[in-house]
Design a protein around this ligand. Structure first.
Ligand code: CUA
Length: 152
């Protein structure tokens, strides 16, 4: 009986650790990606009305939404083109593994997580050309994973 109690105790401890680790990483993920929109699983991307065609969509006079899909080892759409003096909300997901979506020189920096949709809103005042990079190791061609963002 003591042995059973010991086993049961260990089991509770292990489950406790797993819960803590899982909860911790989920919490961290949400912190890093800011807001989170409704998720989409990689299998559903091709039939999801937001992500089946990654694109820039005008939703108001100076407002745009960009639906970004990251995958090994590209971003879609590429390039992302938005006008200056606009407010742009990015929705970012991944169709395979965890990628990053960072635009150096701006405050755009998010994880692209399969199953989740990160949401970031940014204002672009002036025209410019930026690089888009993946900042999460995602495989052998990780260092080549880049795109561009053009503010016209
Ligand atoms: Cu995608 Cu690193």
């Amino acid at each position: 009986t003591y042995e059973k109690l010991w086993l049961a105790g260990s089991f509770v401890l292990i489950v406790g650790f797993i819960v803590t680790v899982t909860y911790g990483s989920v919490g961290l993920g949400i912190d890093m990606i800011g807001e989170e929109a409704d998720g989409v699983s990689p299998d559903e991307i091709s039939s999801d009305e937001r992500f089946s065609e990654p694109r820039v969509e005008q939703v108001g006079e100076n407002e745009y939404e960009v639906y970004v899909v990251a995958m090994t080892f590209i971003f879609q759409p590429d390039p992302i083109e938005v006008p200056a003096n606009s407010e742009v909300t990015f929705y970012v997901t991944s169709r395979d593994v965890i990628h990053g979506f960072e635009v150096p020189g701006t405050n755009i920096n998010s994880m692209a997580i399969p199953g989740q949709v990160a949401e970031l809103t940014v204002e672009f005042d002036e025209p410019g050309t930026y690089g888009v990079i993946c900042n999460e190791y995602c495989g052998p061609q990780h260092h080549t994973m880049e795109g561009s963002l053009v503010v016209t």
